[in-house]
Ligand binder design. Structure first.
Ligand SMILES: Cc1ncc(COP(=O)(O)O)c(C=O)c1O
Length: 323
């Protein structure tokens, strides 16, 4: 077992009030509490993917991501737990020092490869090539696609949707999630339908809509459900200057979650997802329950890029208290 499941579904009335939702309407699904090297949404996917790798006799997990990839960090942890090797490719140049997730990647014993600033879409070909090299060297490799978003990996979010429906006791829900490689949104939509899932695009893909639509249909087929009707719901105005780029809305969202619920979001994914939710008029939240999916990613907060940005316009912490 890699992931601690089911994760809690917690009421978030203080955060809800701050964004215009009546008591009892906003919930947080705590997928930051899945465990596995500080936790996050990828633990659910890796549970299924690592079982598949072991069944196939693989000896090494290979995957890729952005420089602060949580998926890479959690793959490294899953490999350690399963007694497998791990090779991680990053679409960046080598940094002067390992920070945040990369510090943990090294601690977990992964081999890191920096392939320069190529688009995220190019990484799946690169990991396939690394996998073939390892196979040829007698180290059978299991290639985990970027974000763990194969149909099998994404199907883990059917279970997450089941947990939400069971805890609420109904399915009149709108789940709000960050959408990077698209698997999380796709798995939720395969179970709940596209109308009940709102993905906030974080800018990892040039256009996540066809990816989410295709993956949701593949996941539904895999688990024996009908393909969800309609189109994925995506909010695409929170990206800012690109994937990982800090924005003012994200800073406000990360602070609000921390100060109303003691909930720590991350600057690349869940912070942007909450910024997206905060940007909406509450009247468009057309469901009895709004569930914000907290997906983890906290290690990135402790890098110089984001720690500095988060504190930049902070009140003087040694000054008089604001209450
Ligand atoms: C913290 C966090 N939240 C959300 C996501 C988005 O999930 P997906 O790639 O399935 O769209 C990721 C993906 O890397 C993530 O690391």
């Amino acid at each position: 077992m890699l992931a601690h499941l089911p994760t809690p579904l917690e009421p978030a009335d203080r955060l809800g009030r701050a964004i215009g939702l009546a008591p009892g309407r906003l919930w947080v699904k705590r997928d930051d509490l899945t465990g596995l090297a500080t936790g996050g949404n990828k633990a659910r996917k890796l549970e299924l993917l690592v079982a598949d790798a072991l069944a196939r006799g693989s000896r090494v997990l290979v995957t890729a991501g952005g420089p602060q990839s949580n998926h890479a960090r959690m793959t490294a942890a899953a490999a350690a737990r399963a007694g497998l090797g791990c090779v991680l490719a990053f679409n960046a140049d080598p940094p002067p020092a390992a920070e945040g997730n990369q510090l943990l990647d090294r601690l977990l014993g992964a081999v890191l490869r920096f392939v320069g600033p190529v688009p995220m879409e190019a990484l799946n070909d690169i990991v396939a090539r690394i996998g073939a090299e390892l196979d040829a060297a007698g180290r059978p490799a299991y290639v985990v696609p970027v974000g763990g978003s194969s149909p099998l990996g994404a199907s883990a979010y059917v279970t997450a949707a089941d947990e939400i429906v069971a805890d609420l006791g109904h399915d009149d829900v709108l789940v709000v999630t960050a959408t990077g490689s698209g698997g999380t949104q796709a798995g939720l939509a395969a179970r709940l339908g596209h109308r009940r899932v709102l993905g906030v695009d974080v800018g990892a893909l040039a256009d996540p809509a066809p990816v989410v639509r295709g993956l949701a249909a593949d996941v539904a087929a895999l688990v024996g459900l009908a393909a969800p009707a309609g189109e994925p719901r995506l909010l695409r105005d929170q990206v800012g200057d690109g994937y990982g780029a800090p924005t003012e809305g994200t800073r406000r969202a990360v602070r609000l979650a921390a100060r109303t619920e003691g909930l720590i979001l991350d600057p690349v994914y869940s912070g942007k997802a909450l910024a997206g939710l905060m940007s909406l008029d509450p009247s468009v939240l057309d469901a009895r329950a709004v569930v914000f999916l907290s997906t983890g990613g906290v290690p990135a907060l402790f890098t110089s890029r984001y720690a500095g940005w988060l504190a930049a316009d902070e009140d003087d912490p040694t000054g008089p208290p604001p209450f």
